[in-house]
Design a protein around this ligand. Structure first.
Ligand SMILES: *Cc1c(COP(=O)(O)O)cnc(C)c1O
Length: 410
């Protein structure tokens, strides 16, 4: 009989989102009247339709494929030049960041890239993640066999957890000990925290001192409104030598269902072999895409390109303004309800302390029962998430206003 990958058997917490769904279903079955009032305010998915510019570009691209003069088959495995160059120009070189077109690698999204990137990194690396955390960073390492068994508090042996608490404004400091790989995500999901230039500079300094690599998730970069907050890790001097950036069109262009993102892999990031040779990762990443992928569909890449056009850019701004308008309403309502709320200023998530010492699941049940609002319990994101819950600004304005009204009755 064939053997299975036993690392998958180590995974816990896979019950988290199903458990939310189960509790909501049970509540709705028992309370059909309340079920009609139910509002989901916990989802990490966008709710508003695609920007018109992207829709039109994708329609044109599909039409091109339907005619022999303009038909295209396989594209370049790393993505079309038209998209790689517009990204490198607009997101980097226009902001005085030195990134070449061939340092951009197009993908079907950054969740996927979190898994793919482990293909080119060794199994011996010591990994650090923030706590609370986007579970994908941890679970992909578990699947790849980079951890020991699960622990009682929902973590895994072999991973270094960096506590993100109200004391450090949910931005972890570099650890005293050595690690090889560090996952960072700013603006943060789930806490909504952002890192200052100085805080990111400390991480780049740590990475240089320890010859570590920073995996920087910038999925929420476009939600930053504070001009002092960096949008990219590459705004920090020295990051070209130690950072890989993960970007996505999911949260700015609303591409969660369309699927497109990219990684920025500079030519200057080195990693070592068992026998001590120091080699660039870029050729390995290039090769990984050539061998394992045929990139993202042509219409999708045209849709992503259109987000950079003048009208595309305006439409993306309008989407973000819409969600951040919701965030402002929810933050204000949480404050009025005398809840302690964080985030929601440069990020579409609000991280709220549970009142009266409730656990995050107790708070989930209370919000469901009393307000008929679904939130995300913080404990699902890690041990340090206990005692918090996440409110999401991804909603219609009507729903956000209604949730804000109901919070007053808490
Ligand atoms: C939504 C999200 C992404 C984007 O994932 P895609 O696969 O590109 O849709 C990446 N990182 C975090 C932390 C997210 O919340």
């Amino acid at each position: 009989m064939a053997y299975l990958n036993e690392n998958y058997l180590k995974l816990q917490a896979g019950y988290f989102f199903p458990e939310i769904a189960r509790r909501v279903r049970e509540f709705c079955e028992a309370n059909p009247e309340a079920a009609k009032r139910l509002i989901r305010c916990g989802i990490g998915d966008v709710t508003e339709p695609l920007p018109r510019a992207a829709v039109e570009a994708m329609k044109r691209a599909v039409e091109e494929l339907g005619h022999s003069e303009s038909f295209r088959g396989y594209g370049p495995e790393q993505g079309y030049e038209f998209l790689r160059s517009i990204i490198a120009q607009h997101d980097y070189r226009d902001r005085n960041i030195e990134i070449a077109d061939d340092e951009i690698f197009i993908s079907d999204g950054s969740k996927c890239d979190c898994g793919y990137i482990l293909d080119i990194l060794g199994d011996q690396n010591k990994v650090a993640v923030p706590d609370p955390v986007y579970p994908v960073y941890v679970d992909t390492n578990v699947m790849a066999g980079h951890t020991g068994q699960g622990t009682k508090d929902g973590g895994y042996e072999g991973i270094l957890y960096l506590p993100c608490t109200a004391e450090n404004d949910f931005v972890p400091e570099p650890p005293k000990e050595h690690v090889d790989l560090v996952y960072l995500c700013f603006p943060n999901n789930p806490t909504g925290a952002v890192a200052s230039r100085g805080q990111l500079a400390q991480w780049v300094e740590y990475a240089h001192a320890h010859e570590a690599i920073l995996l920087f998730d910038a999925a929420y970069e476009s939600y930053i409104s504070d001009p002092e907050i960096p949008h990219s890790i590459f705004e920090i001097p020295g990051a070209r030598e130690c950072a890989i950036e993960l970007c996505s069109f999911s949260k700015n262009g609303g591409f969660t269902g369309v699927r497109c993102g990219f990684t920025v892999m500079s030519n200057s990031v080195l990693a070592r072999t068992e026998n001590g040779r120091r080699l660039p990762l870029h050729p390995l990443w290039q090769r990984r895409w050539s061998t394992k992928s045929n990139s993202v569909s042509y219409p999708v890449q045209r849709g992503a390109e259109a987000l950079y056009s003048q009208e595309g850019h305006k439409q993306v701004r309008a989407l973000i303004d819409h969600y951040m308008g919701n965030a402002k309403l929810l933050r204000g309502a949480a404050a009025d309800a005398e809840l302690k709320a964080f985030g929601g200023v440069n990020a579409p998530y609000i991280w709220v302390e549970t009142p009266d010492g409730l656990t995050s699941w107790e708070m989930f049940d209370r919000m469901l029962r009393e307000l008929n609002v679904v939130i995300t319990p913080g404990a699902g994101f890690g041990a340090q998430g206990e005692g918090y819950f996440r409110l999401s600004a991804f909603n219609s304005r009507e729903n956000a206003e209604e949730v804000a009204r109901r919070l007053k009755n808490l």
